[in-house]
Design a protein around this ligand. Structure first.
Ligand SMILES: NC(=O)c1ccc[n+]([C@@H]2O[C@H](COP(=O)([O-])OP(=O)(O)OC[C@H]3O[C@@H](n4cnc5c(N)ncnc54)[C@H](OP(=O)(O)O)[C@@H]3O)[C@@H](O)[C@H]2O)c1
Length: 291
């Protein structure tokens, strides 16, 4: 399936990679959410393949830690602390990056926030929709729009979005989160059609569960099979190198087909699943968060 989605150029890139030279070598790779989890592991993995990694997240101390580790391992990294939900800060980041490093070759839109909360606990929580949209959709779109002109001008660029298999499954209790992830999935698919002629492409990665700080508050995920952040990062790096249109997990693809072929059956199964797995303790707490 993956091979069918690859262009001849992607197959050639795969061959070059197997021969030992990564297409990331000597390139600039900007990773958002590089202070933790999948983003941190991706930054380390891309740097190990010879890329200059630009690390973006809010926690400057953690970015400095990752940068120091990358440099100690002989790699190249620069930290750019930024709150990506602040539009002016994103515009400043874009300007600074372009002046200091020139066009970004690869962008990994990874920074994100997940919320798992049922509708019945969400009627007075419109801010859940606002804060997921802010970091999972508006932020990556603003950043990508800022970096795209230089990519198109140099006639090379690739953007990888870290999404979720939930966009295919339409998983209950994730309406705010998956609404925002689906918006980025669709926006990028359309943007990629307009930039294709300039050799600027997009990959939508729909991940299953990955064991990172993000999933800690959800008790029901504790016993589930999950990738490590490093395993997830290997897949992200492969997507950067091979530039496929999408990366799915099999269960997500099955869920997507069921949604198309038998939508009411899919609703019935998901409704059952929804009732079997209750809200987490964290989701049931009614304290309004500050961020
Ligand atoms: N873990 C999973 O099972 C799973 C599955 C599918 C998809 N994903 C997606 O994978 C991505 C990475 O998540 P993760 O699992 O690695 O969780 P994580 O360890 O909690 O990482 C989230 C990252 O996003 C950054 N971030 C959050 N808000 C930000 C903001 N306003 N500005 C800048 N950076 C911000 C955080 O950095 P700071 O706090 O330093 O800002 C952190 O580096 C997310 O988009 C998530 O939706 C995760």
């Amino acid at each position: 399936m993956g091979l069918l989605l690859q262009t001849p150029r992607a197959r050639l890139r795969r061959l070059v990679r197997r021969s030992g030279t990564s297409p990331l070598s000597g390139r600039t790779v900007l990773v958002t959410g590089a202070s933790s989890g999948i983003g941190e592991a991706t930054a380390r993995a891309a740097a190990a393949r010879g890329a200059h990694v630009l690390l973006v997240a809010r926690r400057a101390d953690d970015l400095a830690r990752v940068r120091a580790d990358v440099e100690a391992a002989g790699g190249r990294a620069t930290a750019h602390p930024c709150d990506l939900t602040d539009g002016d800060a994103v515009d400043d980041l874009v300007a600074k990056v372009l002046v200091e490093h020139g066009p970004v070759d690869y962008l990994v839109n990874n920074a994100g926030r997940s919320i798992r909360r049922s509708l019945s606990l969400s009627y007075d929580r419109f801010h859940d929709v606002e804060r997921t949209i802010a970091i999972n959709y508006l932020a990556p779109v603003r950043l990508t729009l800022g970096l795209l002109p230089a990519m198109r001008e140099q006639r090379f660029g690739h953007v990888v979005n870290i999404l979720s298999w939930g966009v295919q499954m339409k998983a209950p209790k994730f309406s705010a989160y998956l609404g925002s992830k689906s918006a980025l999935d669709t926006w990028s698919r359309i943007a990629g059609r307009e930039t294709y002629a300039d050799n600027v492409t997009f990959t939508n990665m729909r991940f299953g569960l990955v064991r990172t700080p993000m999933v800690v508050p959800t008790e029901s995920f504790e016993d589930r099979r999950a990738l490590t952040a490093e395993q997830a990062a290997d897949r992200v790096v492969r997507a950067l190198e091979d530039r496929p249109v999408v990366v799915n997990v099999p269960f997500g693809s099955i869920g997507e087909q069921l949604n198309i072929l038998a939508p009411r059956l899919s609703d019935a199964l998901m409704s059952r699943f929804d009732r079997m797995v209750p809200d987490s303790k964290a989701a049931s707490e009614k304290v309004r968060p500050t961020s």
